[in-house]
Design a protein around this ligand. Sequence first.
Ligand SMILES: [Zn+2]
Length: 150
Amino acid sequence: MRRAIALAVQNVKSERGGPFAALITRDDEIIAAGTNVVTSAGDPTAHAEITAIRRACDKLGTFDLSGYTLYTSCEPCPMCFGAVYWARLDRVYYAATHAEAAQVGFDDSHIYEEIDRTPEERSIPMRRVLEDESWAPFETWTEYEDRIEY
Ligand SMILES: [Zn+2]
C-alpha cells in the first residue's frame, strides 16, 4: 500500500492526473500498476484502478483476475467498484476513503445517489427506446455457439 500511495504522490507531481494509484498483486508480487491519467490521456474512465486492471489483464492475457488483489490509494469510486466485480478480483485494500477524497474535490457521492434513483429521476436523462428491437443482441448471444462466456 505504501507503494500505491507513493505512486499517487508521484502522479500529481508528474501532472499526469489526479492523486490516485493502484496495484494488482498476487502472492506479494506486483503484476501491474496504474495511476489516474484522466487529464493527460483525455479519458474520463482512466482512473488508477481501471488503468491497473487493464494493464494486468493485458499482461496476463485474460479478462478474469480471480486470485488477484487490488491495492488502491483511495476507496474505489462507483465505476471502479463495478470494475472490481467485473474483473473478479479476490479482494481490495484501500487507504483513503471516498469521504476524504471529497474533501479535496473528488466527490462521487452524487453518483452513488444516482444509482438508487429511477432512470426518470436521474440528473442525466436515461430513457428506454426501441424496446421491441432491444432483444436482438441477447438472442444472437444466446444462440451463438462460439461465444466466449465471462
Ligand atoms: Zn474510479
